[in-house]
Design a protein around this ligand. Structure first.
Ligand code: ARG
Length: 438
């Protein structure tokens, strides 16, 4: 580590290397995810300082040009967040000072690392929630396409993992599609909810400068500013928890979908065959073909839940900034890295898995048509409870097992004979539009 931003003079003893390593934690690594956002926010801050009369327009331009050069260099792998820095915030000031001398030293006027990290994190979360919503919509799109094609393919429906009623591949697919549409919706709502800029609140008390905070917020693409400086600090960690919560909704659905696949591809069920590239072999058993990818997809939600617990645990704090808040960065980023890596695999798997039609049909036994029969009798006028008892008494002799008819007659909205895929497609489309305009 080199010199620290906050070091006031040569005589100051400061922390030793061991303590500095502890204070920085994983920040240098994690800040690689924040650097580009911080550079963008720093340029907006410089323009704000010019508007407040602290810098000339030319000075702000010089700063902004240098900052965007650092961004291009970092993106091209030509500039590193090396170990000489405490975090990305101090790196930016050090680079500017090295390149622009005293002008570089002016960038920190009217801001603190507290609002600097808060604004970069909000930009990071907006970006990740956008990607999450887009991926959920993509997954839903793949599922809806197959639901359309396979709406007539019968499959057994289960409750308690016991055979219940005839259902269809279309309903199973559309069911998961609607869940992922809900998840995209939640990601977008969460994105809107945290779309506020804390920049210019400094250490949590504002500054004695007329900073154009609203204009800077707009400049950075925020919908509004966090008004109160204390709230800007107190919301740190709380918004991370909601962002990870939106992710958790998607990984919970992923977990359920993966569970279904891992059951359906067993020899016992045999309903689906997973694409070859999603399967592995055994190191000892030559006969094995294992669904390892599906199982690791199922495990991702646990990691996201772990991040939620870690975030929650870090938040028992009084008002204002505490260094504990730094500990919210790792679980946030870890959760999004793991969650998005897993979700990104779904469209490929969902478009390429294969239904084993004969196994699906063979699993539809006559008893599963009992509810259809009881409902038919009730529609003809028999009180439902009596119809139920009558069918229960006839169970052994039920012979109707015309699955196609059962599905076609299940016309209540959303059910197999009336999937209402158009409603789901419309909702998905509306969210895709909202995402594009974002
Ligand atoms: N890495 C720090 C964090 O994430 C940056 C802010 C440091 N602020 C401070 N007052 N020490 O919170």
């Amino acid at each position: 580590m080199g010199e620290f931003l906050w070091k006031k003079g040569q005589s100051e003893q400061g922390a030793d290397q061991q303590i500095m390593d502890f204070l920085a934690g994983q920040d240098l690594l994690l800040d690689r995810e924040l650097l580009l956002f911080d550079l963008e926010a720093s340029a907006a801050h410089a323009r704000g300082l010019a508007a407040a009369g602290i810098l000339t327009n030319d000075e702000a331009d010089l700063l902004a040009t240098a900052l965007s050069r650092y961004a291009a260099e970092f993106a091209a792998g030509e500039r590193e967040l090396g170990t000489g820095f405490e975090d990305c915030h101090s790196a930016i000031e050090a680079w500017l000072t090295e390149d622009l001398g005293d002008l570089g030293k002016k960038i920190h006027t009217g801001r603190s690392r507290n609002d600097q990290v808060a604004v970069a994190l909000r930009m990071y979360m907006k970006d990740r929630l956008h990607a999450l919503a887009a991926q959920c919509l993509e997954i839903a799109g793949t599922l809806l396409e197959r639901a359309e094609r396979e709406r007539g393919l019968p499959m057994p429906g289960y409750t308690h993992l016991q055979r219940a009623m005839p259902s269809s591949a279309g309903m199973w697919l559309a069911g998961h599609a609607e869940s992922f549409i809900d998840d995209a919706d939640l990601a977008l709502m969460t994105r809107q909810w945290l779309d506020a800029s804390p920049l210019g609140t400094a250490s949590g008390f504002g500054v004695n400068l007329a900073l154009p905070r609203e204009r800077v917020a707009e400049d950075l693409g925020f919908a509004r500013m966090v008004v109160n400086p204390q709230c800007a600090q107190n919301s740190r960690g709380k918004i991370e928890l909601q962002a990870v919560g939106a992710l958790a909704a998607a990984t919970l659905d992923l977990q359920r979908l993966a569970w279904d696949f891992s059951l359906f591809c067993t020899q016992e069920f045999g309903f689906v065959t997973l694409p070859e590239r999603f399967c592995t072999g055994s190191s000892i058993m030559p006969n094995k073909r294992n669904p390892d990818v599906v199982e690791l997809l199922r495990a991702v939600h646990a990691r996201v839940q772990g991040a939620q617990a870690e975030l929650q645990g870090a938040l028992s704090l009084s008002s204002g900034y505490h260094r504990d808040l730094q500990a919210t960065k790792a679980p946030l980023m870890r959760a999004f890295d793991a969650g998005m890596q897993a979700l990104d695999l779904l469209p490929g798997m969902l478009s390429d898995f294969h239904w084993n039609e004969d196994r699906l049909r063979a699993a539809l036994t006559p008893d599963m048509f009992a509810t259809d029969r009881a409902t038919t009798l009730a529609a003809e006028g028999l009180p439902f409870r009596e119809a139920y008892r009558q069918v229960a008494a006839e169970m052994g002799s039920l012979s109707n097992s015309d699955a196609a008819r059962s599905l076609a007659e299940r016309v209540s909205p959303g059910a197999c004979g009336n999937l209402q895929l158009g409603l789901l497609r419309d909702r998905r489309e509306a969210l895709a539009q909202a995402l594009q305009g974002d």
